[in-house]
Ligand binder design. Structure first.
Ligand code: PEP
Ligand code: MG
Length: 909
């Protein structure tokens, strides 16, 4: 809201709820924006008849006007605050600034979203040297009076006047020593009085200013300090990181003080309406008898569990239960509350929706449906997709993380925790894991297809280079291996089997490392993990409801039968992408693949291709069996060649080594062997150099390879249909869909489709059986999207390869994306989201829209999917739903997340 629209009313009493609501035509969000979360909830609770100490809220508009005017109070604000104080006086029968029966207040910030970095709290405003004296005498509680006074001076000195709190704490520690007191609670009135005198001296020396003796001046300065804290560095940094707008401003809550430290009939505590860890429906929290609020959180005294209050003060406990129940019903959410009991009278100081773990979130959502508090739709909308992720992977034990700091951070590309010993070499990783039963973390500068055996054997993967769609990220996600990539702080010295982090830390191969793939963090320790459970009954219920609401299908990207089975267990409705080149990662297959690529004669190539056929056939058969009754999209080979070949540099090094070795050999037979090896490697090097491309990602891959080596795709189609027919003969319901990658011109598809369909027909005729099938294409080049109408005349389905489509639309290399300028773009917020994580709606999304519209215009029943990494990203799933995509396809481990996100997209419609 702009200043022009403000009504000039800057201050709302806690019992002005109806007036605030009326201003926004009953829109709660408007009230929250004006009064902040804390203020809005306090006004609301007051209206519900809950005992809230009287108070008032200074609006976020007041804050914005104050800041806009160069830190001066806008007209009317101070007068309205004074009026509000007068109202509090008449409600409480006390008087602000009077020594007789002083009204004391607290001052707290309260933005629309709860925000670390904002000014927290100042208690006991309204005391000064004279008032405290009389209060001590009149109440006959001098210790209490001087203790609360020193708290005011300490908090005010710290928060408003900027003196570091450590200095005040040092004074208290010294005083304890002098008074021979073990704890603060052993210090008497005289001690606190002396401490306060010293605090004031410190304030004077540090700031050159006096602690204000005038209560009104205290109130004014405290209010200003809250306003200013909106523009404090920590608050700005937080807003930057959390994507909160900078123009919202904060409200200020001024509330009558109530005291939990007046005696043994007083207490203070914090509690939740349900267990925030497990979600169980019972009060959870802590309290202290005879204490002030901060003592509970400070941890200086051992707190009591809230259940104990039932014995200590049964009536108070019952009242707390009633309040919790009332507020839950009202907010239809679990509440996090603060209370104080002052001489047998209960007061609620604050309520807000409680933070909770993923387990608690799903349980509470399901329980609340059972209790009739929320609908199933709301329950599904409430659980954040990331919270589902939690159930799919082991996590580092949160307790263990309290005492340790990460040594480095990178991109959180594959969630879950992994703990193990470091191996810098994939063969070693495999050996340690397989033969010695060790848990291993594979640490590499980056990974390549011939590292996959090491990745599979490892518990987790770390790379120092690479982005979200790097090979390491892709493979790790696919196999559910926790991974952190692009950890720039790590320098790996492969020759000496070491890694360096910064100047001082050197870690050797074999030492322990723990990684947190959820947050992209690395710990130099062997940390304990906890394993949540995907079979959690509450989660299954949420996902079952999600399936009822969603209209978008969810398939999986899976290359192996095990993956496919897992995807199915997680609720996938088919395979949206089988990357056949991944089937050649296995150690014994890679050489055949290399031979196929580097063959120098048609015969040599035909032999290699024929060698691949039986392997492919059995792979596909496994997939079809695992996905019985569901569609399986098999993409024909799409290898950027460089991914499958040794690098020229490595080959040259090997050749130099071999030549050196020759000089030291003594047996002729050995010499012959080495000579033979040199000859073979030289030949390979020549081929690698001939095939080398400057931009392999834009080179001979996908259908282009198919065009150059027609036998290759024909072999794959034969393998697919032989496998399908074998399954069909056994009575299985199979649905192969053949997908051609990297098409940019309809001509490519036209010349491929005929011969490939012929092969399929031939194989089916050989087996005497027909299987339902489709031939389609990936849309991953802008030209394909722009000519989708033509392409759809040949293609029976489209699947958007949004990884390549993003790469080619933006002109940003998907492999280097997270290391250079893109980081700068994201940091400076030129881009809101990384386009390789969430589909860029204006560019890539627009191309998708064109392709969908024109594709469907050509072919009514065109099936349209998305199989890039975006298929598992909730934001992209929302976009896909809007664009009218039929299904998304993602890694098996993201299938449950995609189911939930798809339901949320449908519900948001
Ligand atoms: C894509 O480009 O989005 C895709 C799914 O194919 P790949 O990642 O294998 O290039
Ligand atoms: Mg692609």
């Amino acid at each position: 809201m702009t200043t022009q629209e403000t009504s000039g009313k800057y201050v709302y009493l806690f019992n002005d709820f109806d007036e605030a609501m009326a201003r926004f035509d009953g829109e709660w969000d408007g009230v929250r924006g004006l009064l902040g979360g804390k203020g809005a909830n306090l006004l609301d609770a007051t209206r519900l008849g809950i005992p809230v100490p009287p108070g008032f809220t200074v609006t976020t508009e007041a804050c914005n006007d104050y800041l806009d005017a160069g830190e001066t109070f806008p007209e009317g604000l101070w007068e309205q605050s004074l009026q509000a104080i007068a109202s509090l006086e008449s409600m409480t029968g006390k008087k602000f600034g009077s020594a007789e029966n002083p009204l004391l207040v607290s001052c707290r910030s309260g933005a629309r979203f709860s925000m670390p970095g904002m000014m927290d709290t100042i208690l006991n405003i309204g005391l000064n040297d004279e008032i405290v004296e009389i209060l001590a005498t009149r109440t006959h509680r001098p210790r209490f009076a001087y203790d609360i006074y020193r708290r005011l001076v300490q908090m005010f000195g710290g928060v408003v006047m900027g003196v570091p709190d450590e200095v005040f704490e040092a004074v208290i520690t010294a005083q304890r020593r002098e008074s021979k007191a073990r704890a603060d609670s052993d210090l008497d009135a005289g001690a606190w009085k002396a401490v306060t005198v010293r605090f004031k001296e410190i304030i004077r020396t540090y700031t050159g200013k006096e602690f204000p003796n005038d209560p009104y001046e205290q109130l004014k300065q405290a209010t200003e300090a809250v306003f200013k804290s909106w523009n404090g560095k920590r608050a700005i940094d937080y807003r930057e990181a959390a994507g909160i707008e900078h123009n919202l401003g904060t409200a200020v809550n001024i509330q009558t003080m109530v005291f939990g430290n007046i005696g043994d009939d007083s207490a203070t505590g914090v509690f939740m309406s349900r267990n925030a860890t497990t979600g169980e429906p019972q009060l959870e929290g802590d309290y202290l008898i005879n204490a002030q609020g901060e003592d509970v959180v400070a941890g200086t005294r051992t707190t009591l569990r809230i259940g104990q209050l039932k014995d200590d003060m049964p009536e108070m406990f019952e009242e707390l239960e009633q309040i919790a129940h009332l507020l839950e019903e009202h907010h239809r959410n679990m509440q996090d509350m603060e209370f104080t009991i002052e001489q047998g009278k209960l007061w609620l100081l604050q309520t807000r929706d409680g933070k909770r773990t993923a387990q608690a979130e799903v349980r509470i959502a399901v329980d609340m449906v059972g209790e009739g508090l929320i609908s199933r739709e709301e329950a599904v909308a409430r659980v954040h997709p990331d919270q589902v992720d939690f159930f799919l992977h082991p996590q580092l034990d949160p307790e263990a993380l309290l005492d340790i700091k990460a040594i480095a951070s990178g991109l959180n590309v594959s969630p879950g925790a992994a703990v193990g010993v470091i191996a810098f070499d994939p063969d070693l990783a495999e050996r340690w894991a397989r033969e010695e039963g060790k848990d291993v973390i594979l640490v590499r500068p980056e990974t390549r297809p011939d590292d996959v055996h090491g990745m599979l054997a490892a518990k987790g993967v770390v790379t120092s280079k690479g982005g979200r769609t790097s090979h390491a990220a892709l493979v790790a996600r696919q196999f559910g291996k926790p991974a952190v990539v692009g950890v720039e702080e790590i320098e790996i010295d492969l020759d000496n089997h070491l890694m360096h982090i910064g100047e001082d830390l050197v870690i050797e191969e074999g030492e322990s490392l723990s990684i947190d793939g959820n947050h992209g963090l690395i710990y130099y320790a062997d940390l304990p993990t906890v394993v949540p459970d995907i079979q959690n009954a509450y989660l299954l219920k949420i996902l079952a409801w999600a399936d009822e609401f969603r209209t978008l299908g969810v398939r999986a990207n899976a290359d192996y039968p095990d993956d496919a089975q897992r995807a199915r267990d997680y609720g996938a409705e088919g395979i949206g992408l089988c990357r056949t080149e991944h089937m050649f990662f296995a150690e014994e297959r890679l050489p055949i693949m290399q031979r196929m690529i580097t063959a120098s004669s048609p015969t040599e190539r035909a032999e290699a291709i024929a060698g691949l056929l039986p392997m492919q056939r059995s792979d596909f058969e496994g997939l079809f069996r695992a996905m019985e009754g569901q569609p399986v999209i098999i993409r024909l080979l799409d290898p950027p060649l460089h991914e499958f070949l040794p690098s020229a540099h490595d080959l040259m090094l090997e050749l130099t080594d071999l030549k050196l070795r020759m000089q030291h050999l003594s047996s002729l037979k050995e010499m012959d062997n080495v000579l033979e090896e040199i000859e073979a490697k030289t030949k390979l090097l020549e081929r690698v150099e001939t095939l080398a491309e400057s931009n392999p990602m834009l080179g001979t891959r996908g259908v282009r390879l198919g065009m150059l080596i027609p036998g290759l795709y024909k072999m794959q189609v034969r393998a697919i249909f032989e496998a399908a027919c074998r399954c069909a003969v056994d009575g299985l319901d199979v649905h192969p869909e053949v997908m051609i990658p990297l098409v940019s011109h309809v001509g490519e598809l036209e010349s491929m489709n005929g011969p490939l369909k012929e092969v399929a027909e031939k194989v089916m005729a050989e087996h005497g059986i027909e299987v339902p099938q489709m031939f389609g294409t990936m849309i991953e080049i802008p030209r394909a999207a722009l000519t989708a109408g033509e392409i759809a005349q040949t293609a029976e389905f489209f699947s958007f390869g949004t990884n390549d489509l993003t790469q080619t639309t933006y002109g940003i290399s998907r492999d280097d994306a997270e290391t250079g300028f893109l980081v700068h773009y994201l940091q400076t917020r030129l881009l809101k989201d990384n386009p390789f994580t969430s589909i860029d709606p204006e560019g890539v999304g627009r191309l998708m829209q064109i392709a969908i519209d024109e594709g469907k215009a050509s072919r009514d029943n065109l099936e349209i999917g998305v199989c890039g990494e975006h298929g598992g990203d909730p934001k992209s799933i929302h976009l896909c739903h809007k664009l009218g995509v039929d299904y998304v396809s993602c890694s098996p481990f993201r299938v449950p997340i995609a189911r939930l996100a798809a339901a949320q997209a449908a519900l948001a419609d």
